[in-house]
Design a protein around this ligand. Structure first.
Ligand code: FUB
Length: 444
């Protein structure tokens, strides 16, 4: 007899959200991802709902958070690391903390951010803070960096140790070499040649196989925001436009970064599909590949995203690889924002690829469910619909299709390694709503 227990979850594992969007505890945009000492960090901006009575300029962006990847797919939020009213040179209550970046040089971490200056000399200036740790605390420089007038700092340290800063301004991308202390530019910022016509912002530079890549958000008059890139043999160009990395995804803005993590290239970007409002965005990530000639294959946005959830990471099955005879719809009731698998019928299936069972540490599996009836069950199988059965959950009445409970059962067969799973729903034929399923979670 398999043991099935109902567990009342008072609060979820902190920020235990995975797949796309990466986090839903706050709205995040402009994700700059960095790998420091083998660990993945994200330095995004923060979209907030304007406080009552505040008319925020375009976006309402009061502060910055930092996130790190803590397990196979769980993001830790370090909280506010800089508030708009702590910017030494910034205009108070301006809600204009746009896209930041952070880079490491000689064991120190430099956090660059744009903000409206109190001296009114520009739309945005760019400031910097220094820390011994990638998550701060940062010591904020008293003044903004002279000679930089723009938004969206994008940093690069070249193989020879020289630092470069790129930024957007006057509908172009500009770049400059940084001084050794990383707090001043060396000479003047120059306009980067070779960037295509049309509005551009969000420059993100990197080097790969001897090529310099300058990637950026690029607006086509007919298509809107895309992510494009140009290539060069020199850090400050001239560059040659090489095409799009992501087509327009109907998202108002797009802003991205690219890192190689555990041998795979990942594109981080944002969308607003959770909030339904273009000023409340959420960061996302999908794998990216290079072609043999060094050009980049276009990335299609997915809900499945990146990473291999393992013990204690939620497996967001609603961000599936494949679904049959069921839907992924917005979750409701006492549940955080996101999606669920709904409209489940006899033999509905949902497949989720790449669960990391490790060395077989997982002994139990939990499911977050809501049901308005008590007939049927759902199974978890390895591989496809006919794959090895590893868990069976009975369906019970939880109080309704918006009343959520976490249930748990034993994991059978001691699965190991990275495996695809398929959830198979069963009930009487003709049932159209067996159970709503939000996520699964492996437990020791
Ligand atoms: O998030 C505010 C601004 O919108 C960023 O600075 C731009 O890149 C765009 O994403």
């Amino acid at each position: 007899m398999k043991k099935v227990v109902t567990i009342i979850i008072i609060c979820l594992t902190i920020n235990s959200f995975a797949q796309n969007p990466l986090v839903t505890n706050i709205h995040t945009a402009d994700p700059t991802a960095r790998v420091f000492n083998g660990k993945l960090y994200i330095y995004p901006s923060h979209d907030a709902v304007p406080p009552e009575g505040i008319v925020a300029p375009r976006f309402c962006m009061p502060d910055y958070h930092i996130f790190s990847l803590e397990n196979g797919n769980t993001w830790k939020d370090y909280g506010v690391i800089l508030d708009q009213n702590e910017v030494p040179w910034g205009k108070k209550n301006s809600y204009g903390m746009w896209a930041p970046d952070c880079i490491e040089r000689d064991g120190k971490y430099y956090y660059y951010y744009p903000a409206p200056p109190k001296d009114g000399t520009s739309f945005r200036r760019i400031g910097v803070g220094v820390s011994k740790s990638p998550t701060g605390p940062f010591k904020w420089e008293k003044n903004y960096i002279k000679g930089i007038d723009g938004i969206d700092p994008g940093l690069m340290i070249d193989d020879d140790g020289k630092g470069y800063i790129f930024f957007a301004g006057d509908k172009t991308i500009k770049g400059a070499k940084l001084n050794k202390n990383m707090k001043k530019i060396d000479g003047e910022a120059i306009k980067i040649e070779g960037i295509p016509a049309g509005y551009v912002e969000g420059p993100f530079p990197f080097k790969h196989n001897g090529n310099y890549y300058l990637t950026f958000a690029h607006v086509f008059p007919d298509e809107g925001y895309t992510i494009g890139y140009a290539m060069s043999k020199k850090p400050l160009g001239p560059y040659v436009y090489a095409g799009k990395i992501m087509d327009n995804i109907d998202n108002g803005t797009n802003h991205h970064s690219i890192v190689k993590y555990k041998g795979k290239w990942i594109l981080f970007y944002h969308w607003w599909s959770v909030s339904g409002y273009s000023k409340l965005r959420s960061m996302r990530a999908d794998y990216m590949e290079f072609k043999k000639d060094g050009t980049i294959k276009k990335v299609k946005p997915t809900l499945r995203g990146i990473g291999n959830p393992r013990v204690n990471d939620t497996i967001q099955v609603d961000r599936y690889n494949d679904i049959y005879n069921a839907k992924a719809t917005f979750v409701g009731g006492n549940e955080p924002n996101g999606w669920m698998v709904s409209d489940t019928k006899m033999m509905s299936t949902v497949r989720f690829n790449g669960v990391d069972f490790g060395k077989g540490e997982a002994k139990k599996i939990q499911a977050r469910v809501a049901s308005g009836q008590r007939n049927g069950s759902f199974e978890v199988r390895l591989g496809g619909t006919k794959g090895k059965l590893i868990a069976t959950f009975p369906v019970n009445y939880t109080g309704g299709y918006n009343k959520w409970q976490t249930i748990e059962t034993e994991l059978v067969g001691n699965p190991t390694g990275i495996k695809d799973i398929t959830v198979v729903f069963k009930s009487v034929w003709g049932a159209t709503k067996i159970v709503n399923l939000n996520w699964l979670l492996l437990k020791k």
